[in-house]
Design a protein around this ligand. Structure first.
Ligand SMILES: Cc1cc2nc3c(=O)[nH]c(=O)nc-3n(C[C@H](O)[C@H](O)[C@H](O)COP(=O)(O)O)c2cc1C
Length: 170
């Protein structure tokens, strides 16, 4: 991997520069969650959510191999993606807590396969898992959208490691 500006030379510097370069791509923030047939639920904050196909509707997101919630996703038939709205910024701290109390006090409902869905999310995509593909230090979860909904609110934005407001140009 070469940084074109030629500045960072050390391995750690290059890795940091690479993350900073990726951070130039603004995204939203979502909470993706699943439940095993045994009833165990888990979820995590992500910004790797992407639409893949419109017909049929398919989306993907990426899960770090070290994620503690990984066994739950591995055993679940489905997942639910809740796109956070600007009004839900206050939930970010809760949703970043240790896994065993991450959903404590968070308003959720059961979605497809019992996957936790955050109430009043800006949009929700409930998916059956189509494929899981290992890619470097992540797994790519590709899902077929079985149900979706959206609200007329403002989604939360994420850019360069910071949360922000979407400003729609006229
Ligand atoms: C804004 C934001 C975006 C993130 N995006 C991802 C992502 O796309 N994939 C991922 O595996 N982790 C992502 N993370 C990190 C996980 O949310 C975090 O590592 C979490 O603690 C993993 O939880 P677990 O180990 O309990 O499963 C993101 C974190 C934040 C704050």
């Amino acid at each position: 991997m070469t940084a074109r500006d030629g500045l960072p030379s050390g391995r750690e510097d290059r890795a940091r520069e690479y993350r900073h370069a990726l951070g130039r791509f603004p995204t939203g923030v979502a909470f993706v969650a699943a439940r095993t047939p045994d009833g165990e639920a888990a979820g995590l904050l992500i910004n790797s959510f992407t639409s893949v196909s419109l017909t049929p509707p398919m989306v993907l997101w990426c899960l770090g191999l070290a994620a503690r919630s990984r066994p739950v996703f591995a055993a679940a038939p489905s997942f639910a993606v809740s796109i956070l709205s600007e009004d839900q910024r206050s939930l970010l701290g809760d949703l970043a807590r240790p896994l065993d109390r991450r959903l404590q006090g968070v308003p959720i409902r059961d979605g497809l396969g019992g996957a936790p869905v955050i109430e009043n999310a800006s949009a929700v995509f409930e998916c059956t898992i189509a494929t899981v593909t290992r890619a470097g230090d992540h797994e790519v979860y590709l899902g077929q959208v079985e149900h979706f909904e959206r609200r007329d609110d403002t989604p939360l934005a994420y850019l360069a490691g910071q949360y922000g407001r979407v400003h729609v140009a006229a």
